[in-house]
Design a protein around this ligand. Sequence first.
Ligand code: NDP
Length: 315
Amino acid sequence: TKNTCIITGASSGLGLAAAKALAETGEWHVIMACRDFLKAERAARSVGIPKENYTVIHCDLASFDSVRAFVDNFRRTGRQLDVLVCNAAVYFPTDKEPKFSAEGFELSVATNHMGHFLLARLLLEDIEKAEDSLRRMIIVGSITGNSNTVAGNVPPKANLGDLRGLAGGLNGVNSSSMIDGGEFDGAKAYKDSKVCNMLTMQEFHKRYHEKTGVTFSSLYPGCIAETGLFRNHVQLFRTLFPPFQKYITKGYVSEEEAGKRLAQVVSDPKLSKSGVYWSWNKESNSFENELSEEASNPEKARRLWEISEKLCGLA
Ligand code: NDP
């Protein structure tokens, strides 16, 4: 039988490319956890994933009820889960006002961090039962949340502060809609959410790697300048960003190559070390990258975990 991997947001960009790369090996069945069922079905067909190699199951990360329903529906398939990839994300760089999730949390942190936090917590017990050599949990990170890099220093910089906005409920009513308690800034909210992703991976590693044997990792696949992530950006940006990344920063990577990188983190025996933030050099070789001070701060990781648990109704 095939191994099973869940990928959130597999209806476009990196998630779709990784689903394709895994399905092509013939060894993996990919569960596409997507908010738009029809779009996901069409996407899988358009890139030629054979129908016996994937299943679309509805999951809207911006709703805790939907995340819980997804977990139930996945369990009903009777499949043994081997790998979970938390990949979906939204980015609202030009919004002047925040939008909110079903539970009333600022939408980019709700989708990118909180929905994934709940999903990952619920599915850990499923992954624990998988074979030693397979079980992994991956949370896609980003260089933009990482202030020890050039890209991570483009303002507005990520900064979670003392997490007062998050602790207050991130609802823009009796708390700020930003994690650090500041004024809403869509680009910063995205970067903050990616720092949360990287901190979450490390806290999982610390709490559960020894106990469960599961490998926890994060990655920066390179700048995939043409994905849907930039759909909400101004047109001039969307025109200039891909060539800028190709010729100036040289961080550009095609969707296909990025998908192969994520597929490596899922299944390559060489990338089985836990607690690692993977990146790739110019020759496309993987290496263990370093995280910024904030994205590797153990005290912040612990606080973020505890507050997120409360907000998701787990504690
Ligand atoms: P895309 O916009 O192409 O893909 C994002 C996916 O997330 C889409 O499938 C989208 O679904 C899905 N999604 C959004 N909101 C929800 C939700 N509420 N519930 C379920 N699914 C949702 O972007 P990318 O492929 O670029 O992004 C994938 C990951 O890569 C993200 O984590 C991003 O932060 C990361 N990344 C991207 C980089 C880049 O340069 N592009 C660089 C570094 C990291 P739908 O199709 O329905 O909109």
